[in-house]
Design a protein around this ligand. Structure first.
Ligand code: ATP
Ligand code: MG
Ligand code: FE
Length: 347
């Protein structure tokens, strides 16, 4: 079984071929970071145009690397949402066109399902497992019960984790994207100099929050001599990273408890999303795994951030269950994985 995956929901244009033996046969990811950097964040219009310019060539390159033609495919899978709608439309139209022209089934994949199932591409694990998805657009704890079966245990009530790192970096003049810059600066920071609040720590539930912390960081930065010295930048970055990691650890511990109560067969704690690159967060997740008897799994970073292999793999998982989608599928800017999740919170 061979599936072509297409990803274009944010600022990565990607195409990949994956088979049902969990092999990634051809994989290309083009990051738009340089195009968005001057604006300090992703500009939706620039993103959509860039996907349109590059996607055809990337699909051809992924096919070439896999040594496959469209006739060899069993299906074409494209991210159908949630995401920036212009980019999603480009990917969905491309996927439909290839499916239609080659007479193959089309699958519209929920981008979050792609992240949620990646651990089954990289590791031989069974359902159910607990997933922490922490990226530029999302921060959620999900019970992954099966393909298409997800219960959202918690989500951010304001900013996503990566978004918080990006905003702090902007305020502290550390550059874009913020996560890696904050982590690098924090490495030289004094953990004892500043203390920032730990949002929601000790509170019931497993939701996340970062905006109060961001505000406290802003007030701290404004209280320091401008422009910040390199040491001030490092100390602020360290205080911020420690607060994020500590707050997230509290939420994840609660998530593990709820998961084990409701799904006692749970054996794994899995992480996905670009924030999974953060060493401080990873160390805490390893510790939580050890404390709770769950095995902590982190797919390689290139599969944690946005990529097309995870979309192709989600396509394989769905195809194996006999599922496919109609060519009338309309791209979805919002598409929560758990239809019963509380309304009003971020997808
Ligand atoms: P999505 O639509 O899935 O939310 P995205 O493109 O916004 O996608 P990713 O590509 O998964 O998200 O991850 C990018 C985010 O990860 C950025 O916000 C970035 O700052 C953050 N990030 C990357 N490296 C680190 C790090 N070392 N520490 C903290 N955050 C990081
Ligand atoms: Mg991205
Ligand atoms: Fe993503």
């Amino acid at each position: 079984m061979l599936v072509l995956g297409i990803e274009s929901s944010c600022d990565e244009t990607a195409a990949a071929l994956v088979n049902d033996h969990r092999e990634i046969l051809g994989e290309v990811v083009l990051s738009q970071l340089d195009e968005h950097r001057p604006f300090g964040g992703v500009v939706p219009e620039i993103a959509a145009r860039s996907h349109l310019t590059h996607l055809d060539r990337l699909v051809a390159e992924a096919m070439r690397r896999a040594g496959a033609g469209f006739a060899d495919l069993d299906a074409v899978a494209a991210t159908g949402g949630p995401g920036l709608i212009g980019g999603v439309m480009v990917g969905v139209m491309t996927g439909k066109a290839i499916a239609l022209a080659s007479g193959k089934p089309f699958l519209a994949i929920n981008h979050l399902e792609g992240h949620a199932l990646t651990a089954r591409l990289t590791h031989d694990i069974a359902f159910p497992y607990l997933l922490l998805l922490a990226s530029g657009g999302h921060c959620q704890l999900l019970a992954v019960e099966g393909v298409g079966q997800y219960t959202r245990l918690g989500t951010t009530i304001d900013d996503a984790a990566g978004e918080a790192f990006d905003k702090l970096a902007k305020m502290a003049a550390l550059g874009y994207p913020g996560g890696p810059a904050v982590e690098a600066a924090a490495a030289g920071g004094d953990p004892a100099r500043f203390t920032l609040p730990r949002p929601l720590k000790g509170k019931p539930g497993c939701d996340f929050s970062f905006s109060g912390l961001k505000n406290a960081a802003r007030l701290l930065i404004e209280s320091l001599p401008q422009p910040l010295s390199a040491q001030d930048q490092a100390d602020v970055a360290r205080a911020f990273q420690d607060a994020v990691a500590d707050s997230m650890a509290d939420r994840v511990r609660r998530g593990v408890r709820e998961m084990k109560t409701r799904w006692p067969a749970t054996r794994h704690l899995v992480v996905a999303g670009g924030v999974a690159a953060n060493t401080a967060l990873r160390q805490i997740l390893v510790r939580i795994g050890a404390e709770t008897g769950l095995e902590f799994l982190a797919p390689p970073l290139k599969l944690c951030t946005d990529n097309a292999a995870m979309i192709a793999w989600a396509g394989i998982e769905r195809l194996r269950l006999g599922q496919c989608d109609d060519l009338s599928f309309a791209p979805r800017p919002r598409w929560p994985l758990d239809p019963n999740a509380r309304k009003g919170a971020k997808a």
